[in-house]
Design a protein around this ligand. Structure first.
Ligand code: SAM
Length: 541
């Protein structure tokens, strides 16, 4: 396989592994929910690298559909590559706007995308898929990078989205009219859905008999009699007795035997009065494969997926007031809704790590309204407008916009979301000095996931008992308080072991604690394994 090489590649290959886990800090006053929780719809303010890593303990392998719309790297977007990668060359890159003069701009873009795509892949379900918007600036690089991260065989399609409805007649070269959406699956367990039938398609089924509604399909094909002599034969209209031959340049679509079967099954149509001179095939709507849905293809015109002007109108119509509104290049919600139709079920989790104006949340809520689904969204936005634009749009979509033309929009689509800030990193070394002590729940999420590799379930956490969850192998406990003085005196001791008692189910216990005062004999008796904080967080993986 040809290799994609770029400056900085060796430094970012495993960067996603070294990114520290960060806390996610709930912000109730920015949320639209009774109780801020991680299993709600989520809007997260912060760099997606840290946010995606922070989501792993709860969402690894859970996300059905990812849509991302990263900077296209046009040279005019003011984006800055700012990842904390441990290399002097990369440190030299940081803090500078990536513009057209920057000869390393493609390298920087690939360095930025690599660890994010790797984390996104970890979050995807095995039957999930990722859709990535881009244009010609990075499409060729992106395809190669996706081949590396997701595997060449998991390429699904490169969609062409006609983003403009009119060509720019003053363009100096060949005027671009489309963007790409590159689609990869996590594995071959992914199955795309059919698209719902359009009214246009339905209108073709305008004939009806005692068996139901049907469409008369062409009985001929565009092969010649010389090419397919077996399809060139006479057919008799049973009502008139006329013998009918096809043209030599467009023979019947069916062999003689297949035609006889059609006749026997009553599938040949001779017009309303039955005396027509051309047969047709009765295609009954009820017999259509997949309930008559339409197989999606790669050609997404603006009439089915919206265009950029429509997207701008959509967000302007939200009454948002923020200076940055003009700099966001939003996508139309119809575009994302089409993705959701193809790649989600009614209860899927949908993630957008470059959220911008929050179109993905809008599309998720609209899809739920349409089919009664309970899909959830997770949005991540780094800029401060995560509240004033991203969350504000979602609030308006949920609660409604009085005066909006569309009835659903004026009433509101309903729903809720919890807003989080990406908080400080959980640095194990910080525990030693007491400088960065995360809350109990945050550390619990982190140690449980890193130690067991299994999902952390906040609802089973029992802080009083120090119990933080059960994995296949262990019941896990955490002796910890975010107070350095208390931490000094916390230890796994006989009193704690006796409180646990002998395990009824024989399951082993994994206990995280800063110190241990318990002999091996008791450890064995109570089936306890000790993991010293902060060093042994990666105990069983
Ligand atoms: C092209 S816009 C997305 C527009 C969006 N699809 C919409 O319909 O509004 C890209 C967004 O990604 C955000 N972004 C860029 N880098 C990011 C990062 N590292 N973490 C989180 N957000 C980021 C930008 O601030 C910007 O809002």
């Amino acid at each position: 396989m040809p290799l994609l090489n770029f400056k900085g590649k060796t430094f970012v290959q495993s960067h996603h592994l070294t990114v520290p886990y960060h806390t996610l800090v709930p912000v109730p006053e920015r949320s639209l929910t009774e109780q801020v929780r991680l299993d709600d719809n989520l809007i997260i303010h912060g760099d997606n690298l840290a946010a995606l890593k922070a989501l792993l303990p709860v969402y690894a392998g859970k996300v059905k559909c990812i849509y991302i719309d990263p900077p296209y790297n046009t040279g005019t977007e003011n984006w800055i590559y700012n990842d904390n990668v441990n290399s002097p060359m990369i440190r030299d890159w940081l803090g500078r706007v990536v513009d057209r003069e920057d000869l390393t701009r493609h390298d920087k873009w690939l360095c930025m995308m690599t660890p994010r795509l790797r984390l996104l892949r970890e979050l995807l379900r095995d039957d999930g898929a990722i859709f990535v918007s881009c244009d010609d600036n990075e499409q060729h690089h992106l395809r190669m990078l996706m081949d590396v991260v997701f595997g060449e065989t998991n390429f699904v399609a490169n969609l062409i989205w006609q983003k403009k409805y009119a060509s720019a007649n003053d363009h100096k070269s060949i005027a671009p009219m489309h963007d790409f959406i590159v689609v990869y699956q996590k594995s071959d367990l992914f199955h795309r859905n059919l698209l719902p039938r359009t009214e246009d398609k339905d209108r073709q089924y305008r004939f009806e008999d005692e068996r139901g509604v049907f469409r008369p399909d062409n009985y001929t094909c565009n092969k010649t009699a010389d090419e397919r002599p077996n399809l060139y034969y006479p057919i008799v209209n049973p009502n008139t007795g006329d013998e009918i031959w096809p043209k030599r340049t467009a023979v019947w679509r069916y062999t003689r035997a297949r035609h006889e079967q059609n006749v026997a099954s009553g599938l040949v149509y001779w017009g309303k009065d039955g005396r027509g001179s051309v047969p047709a095939f009765k295609r009954y709507k009820a017999g259509l494969r997949g309930g008559g849905g339409i197989v999606p293809n790669t050609w997404w015109t603006f009439d089915v997926a919206g265009h950029t002007d429509e997207a701008k109108k959509e967000i302007r119509g939200m009454g948002l007031e923020a200076d940055e509104l003009d700099f966001i290049t939003p996508k139309p919600s119809r575009l994302i809704q089409r993705i959701l139709q193809i790649a989600t079920d009614k209860d899927s989790i949908v993630l957008d790590a470059f959220a911008g104006s929050g179109t993905t949340a809008h599309a998720v809520l609209a899809a739920n309204r349409q089919d009664g689904g309970s899909r959830r969204f997770i949005l991540i936005e780094m800029e401060d407008y995560a509240d004033s634009i991203t969350a504000q749009r979602v609030r308006r979509v949920i609660k409604g916009l009085p005066g909006a033309k569309d009835r659903a929009m004026s009433e509101g689509l309903g729903g809720s979301f919890s807003y989080f800030e990406v908080g400080p990193a959980i640095e194990p070394e910080g525990l030693l000095t007491g400088e960065a002590l995360p809350p109990f729940r945050e550390l619990a999420r982190y140690v449980f996931y890193t130690a067991t590799g299994e999902e952390f379930r906040p609802e089973v956490l029992d802080e009083a008992r120090r119990f933080i969850g059960s994995s296949g192998e262990y019941d896990v406990y955490l002796l910890y308080e975010p107070d350095i003085e208390k931490l000094k005196s916390l230890a796994l001791n006989l009193e704690f072991a006796e409180r646990l008692g002998k395990p009824a189910d024989g399951k082993r216990r994994l206990v995280f604690a800063p110190a241990r005062f318990l002999t091996d004999r008791y450890m064995e008796q109570y089936r306890i394994e000790y993991a010293q904080l902060p060093h042994e967080m990666y105990k069983t993986r």
